[in-house]
Structure formats: structure tokens, C-alpha cells
Design a protein around this ligand. Structure first.
Ligand SMILES: Cc1cc2nc3c(=O)[nH]c(=O)nc-3n(C[C@H](O)[C@H](O)[C@H](O)COP(=O)(O)OP(=O)(O)OC[C@H]3O[C@@H](n4cnc5c(N)ncnc54)[C@H](O)[C@@H]3O)c2cc1C
Length: 411
């Protein structure tokens, strides 16, 4: 069997498997190399924003995700200790009317999502290998990857290598692409709960009270992915044996009494905490390689954009590849340009959201109270938050400026 492919994709998570399916459907010969033998719950990536749902539709994977149990959410509520429950619920946001033909954000368990796409790649003729150890990635005019699979070392060549190998991408290192990062702003812990039947399973909610900010994204049938932001100074808050119990207890809030269903839920996966930050690359390509998804830089998870970013990367890169016979680096310049501005805008939105929702001083509390009150009269004050729902390119450029930030934070 020839070991030459159109594409070798390193990493068979969301980005790698989705791109493999898309390219194989268009007739490319694809080798997909995935390190893990089982997709495990990494406590991440289970909510797809409405604009990301559009991207899943455009790459032809939406029906697959729905058939795999993808669950739409219909309402968003922001609770806060500075206002009453009635006040919060009076300004609930409908999620199913934000974009045409999108029934709201789509929730699906991450390991199941990865497995569904990986299996689909195999069904479309991709050579999809698990438990692979990549030993060498050579780029340039004749790219090749050397890897061990089933105790056997092999080398494959391709027209192009795709780095879909996540945050600590080996492809990015091999290509010599610099990763920029900003400083973490807060800690972000998460866990899956089940048996939370009392929680309305089409309602997502966030809220800040005391020294904790919660987020809840139901997946249907009483399963809810819950996250919480807390201070960097308190980074070991949920460590140790009682960590999960303490984490669940933090969800009991006066500003959102329904949270009791989450706090009473049963732990259905690991509790994991991350330092939340942003990372980006100026040019996510080099001769012989293109990066997609987290490998090309990620957005602070507080606004849940990583999957939408990844699906857009897959859509743009596959359109460029399928529309050209010559896969030289210049082909990917429009991708770099669009991604740079997309990530800048999303970074802006995430930084502003972090300051608003995940700071816990008296000053922060007063700032939130003022913001919530003013944004009822002036909906454009929340435009940065709208960007993470409908897509950052849908809002005017002046939203992503220091002036908007000052208006939001200082009134
Ligand atoms: C706490 C947290 C919560 C999040 N919540 C959300 C959310 O609600 N919504 C959202 O849109 N995004 C969210 N994200 C972001 C989202 O999870 C990622 O952006 C998304 O998973 C990126 O997909 P990917 O395919 O690029 O990378 P990954 O999911 O990291 O997949 C990379 C794959 O490559 C494999 N791999 C790595 N190295 C190698 C190698 N050398 N050889 C072979 N295979 C390799 C890995 O095993 C993995 O399967 C969250 C992130 C965090 C940290």
C-alpha cells in the first residue's frame, strides 16, 4: 500500500476528525493519526455557539451531531447577586432566534463528539489510526511524518500536514510557528453532573455570587456540564478528596435557587481545573503545514468558543484546499488574516467577560450592578457578549475597542 497521502492530519479530536471527513468526502486521500486509544472526559468543549452551529452545517456535519444526541438550548439567563431572580429572568435571552435556521447552541459530550467524528472519518475511507506515537514531523516541500502504531514504525509522506494536535501541538513546533499567550485571569473548574432532572434542560445559565461565578449547560436527560470561575489566589480551592463535594456546594446560590438541582446532582466525570487564558498565532501555516483548532491558538474558555473556532477553521481550510490545485503557503494567507482578527475580537470579548463576571471584590460587584442596569436601556453595551453567540464578524468594529471597554466597565 502506498504511504503517500494528500493530507496527513496529526490529532484526531474535533478539528482533525472533522477536517478528515470533509476532505475525504471531497476525494482526498487522508491519513489521520490520533495519540489516544480512548477519548476521555477532559472537562472541556461541550457547548457549540449558534455561529459554530452554522459552521457545522456548512461543513455538512450538523445532521451527524444531531443524530449522535446533540442537544439544543433555547434560553439564557444571567443571574447576579446584585439583582433579584425576577429581574434576572425578566431579561432572559431567547437563543433559538439568534441566527436563521439555528435552533440555539448545541451541546454534546466531548468524548462522544470526538468518537462520532473519528468513526465517520473511517466510514469515508480515511486511514484513521489510534494509539499512535508521532516521532518526527518533517515539513517543507515534501512533508513526512514518522510514527509508531501497533509497535511498528512507519513513515508517510503527503502534499500537506495538518496540525490538529491541540494546545501543545508538535506540528506547531515542527513548523517553528510562535504561540503568543496572555496572562491567566482566573481559575476555571468543571465537572459533568447527572440526575439533575429538576434543571430545565433547555436553559443555560451563568451567575456570580460571593467569590464564585457559575455556568451551566444542560445536555438533556438530567446531564449538565457545570463550570465555575474563581480567583487565582484560591487555585487549590477544589483540590483533594472533598474537591468535588466542595465544587458542587459552591453552586448553591441565593441569586439562582434552581442551582440546587446542580448541587444535588451526581458527579458523572472528573473534576478538572484550568488557568483560563488566550493564545494565538500570527500565521497558522508554514511550508508543508497548516494548523487548525487549538493548535493554532485558543480563546479563553469563559466564553465557550473553541469548538466554533475549530469548525470555522475546518470550513475555511477545506474550502481553500478544495478550491485549488496548488497547495503552496500563499493559499492560506486569507485564512491567517481572517483568523487573526477573529481571535483578536474573541480575545477582547473574553477579557471583558472575565473582568465583569469573574472578579469578586466590592468594586467588581458595583461594576456588575451598574453594567446590568445600564444594559437594559442600552443593549449595545452587551454587544461583545452578542459576538460570542452570533460570531465576532457580525458586530461592528467599534465594539472591539478600548472605548467600548471603558463604557462597559466605567459607565
Ligand atoms: C475548561 C475548558 C472548557 C471548554 N469549554 C468549551 C465549550 O463549552 N465550548 C467550546 O466551544 N469550547 C470549549 N473549550 C475549548 C475546546 O475544548 C477546544 O477548543 C477544542 O476541543 C479544540 O479542538 P481541537 O481538535 O483543536 O483540539 P483537541 O480537542 O485538544 O484535540 C487534539 C487531539 O490531538 C491529539 N493529539 C495531541 N498530540 C498528538 C500527537 N502528537 N499525535 C497524535 N495525536 C495527538 C489529542 O489526543 C486530541 O485527540 C473548552 C476548553 C477548556 C479548557
Amino acid at each position: 500500500m502506498s504511504n503517500h497521502y494528500d493530507l496527513i492530519i496529526v490529532g484526531g479530536g474535533i478539528g482533525g476528525s472533522a477536517l478528515a471527513v470533509t476532505m475525504a468526502k471531497a476525494g482526498s486521500k487522508v491519513l489521520l493519526l490520533e495519540k489516544s486509544t480512548v477519548f476521555e472526559d477532559q472537562v472541556r468543549g461541550e457547548w457549540i455557539a449558534p455561529w459554530g452551529v452554522v459552521e457545522t452545517q456548512r461543513v455538512g456535519l450538523y445532521d451527524l451531531l444531531r443524530a449522535a444526541g446533540g442537544h439544543h438550548l433555547k434560553t439564557h439567563v444571567t443571574y447576579d447577586e446584585t439583582r433579584s431572580i425576577e429581574e434576572s429572568e425578566a431579561v432572559a435571552m431567547p437563543l433559538d432566534v439568534m441566527l436563521p435556521n439555528v435552533a440555539g447552541p448545541l451541546c454534546i459530550g466531548h468524548p462522544h463528539h470526538c468518537q462520532t467524528l473519528f468513526d465517520e472519518a473511517g466510514r469515508h475511507g480515511v486511514t484513521a489510526l489510534r494509539g499512535v506515537e508521532v516521532n518526527a514531523i518533517e515539513l517543507g516541500a515534501n512533508p513526512s511524518v514518522t510514527y509508531v502504531h501497533n509497535n511498528m514504525q512507519s513513515s508517510a509522506t503527503a502534499r500537506l500536514v495538518i496540525g490538529a494536535d491541540g494546545r501543545s501541538s508538535a506540528t506547531r513546533s515542527a513548523a517553528g510557528i510562535t504561540l503568543h499567550q496572555n496572562k491567566p485571569h482566573h481559575m476555571f473548574g468543571g465537572m459533568l453532573v447527572e440526575g439533575a432532572k429538576g434543571w430545565n434542560d433547555t436553559k443555560q445559565a451563568i451567575g456570580t455570587e460571593g467569590d464564585f461565578a457559575f455556568l451551566a449547560f444542560p445536555q438533556g436527560d438530567g446531564r449538565v456540564r457545570i463550570y465555575g470561575s474563581y480567583s487565582l489566589d484560591d487555585r487549590r480551592r477544589f483540590a483533594g478528596e472533598d474537591g468535588a463535594a466542595n465544587f458542587l456546594a459552591a453552586f448553591r446560590m441565593n441569586c439562582s435557587p434552581e442551582n440546587r438541582h446542580l448541587a444535588d446532582g451526581k458527579q458523572a466525570g472528573p473534576l478538572r481545573s484550568y488557568f483560563n487564558n488566550d493564545a494565538w498565532t500570527d500565521e497558522p501555516f508554514a511550508e508543508g503545514a497548516v494548523l487548525v483548532g487549538d493548535a493554532a491558538g485558543w480563546n479563553d474558555p469563559i466564553v465557550g468558543q473553541g469548538l466554533s473556532i475549530t469548525y470555522r477553521d475546518v470550513r475555511i481550510v477545506s474550502e481553500l484546499l478544495n478550491g485549488a490545485t496548488d497547495w503552496t503557503p500563499a493559499l492560506f494567507a486569507p485564512y491567517a488574516e481572517e483568523r487573526c482578527e477573529r481571535m483578536r475580537r474573541l480575545r477582547f470579548a473574553a477579557e471583558l467577560t472575565s473582568v465583569l463576571d469573574a472578579e469578586f471584590s466590592d468594586e467588581a460587584r458595583a461594576r456588575r450592578a451598574s453594567y446590568h442596569a445600564r444594559s437594559i436601556a442600552d443593549p449595545m453595551l452587551g454587544a461583545h457578549a452578542g459576538a460570542v453567540m452570533v460570531g465576532p464578524e457580525m458586530l461592528p468594529p467599534e465594539v472591539f475597542t478600548p472605548e467600548h471597554r471603558t463604557r462597559v466597565l466605567e459607565g
